[in-house]
Design a protein. Sequence first.
Length: 116
Amino acid sequence: MASYSVNERAVARARELIEARQYVLDSDWGEVQPRADAENAFLESHSWDEYADWHLGLTDGPADETKARYAFVYGDFRRIHRIGLIACMYRAAEWRHKEVELAAHDLLQRLDRLTS
């Protein structure tokens, strides 16, 4: 099983998006989660650092600037999605990636406090 560390830059970016009110509270993650073609299109006009900022986890092992390096996407490359944070949290919990789970949980709590 892969191991992951928290992408602190992505956590900071997610906080910025929350504070800037760049979020979607109600969406269908199966519909809005970026697919390979959306990832490729994003990378055509953005840097790998910008791509990384949308992923809460860094896969231990793969090199930077490869898709395999970045995991636990939480938004659609424009806005953070509440359900994306929930998906990250549950997927990380399922596979016992506690640090990523807690990072997603903290972001979800921040978003919910702001929007309650």
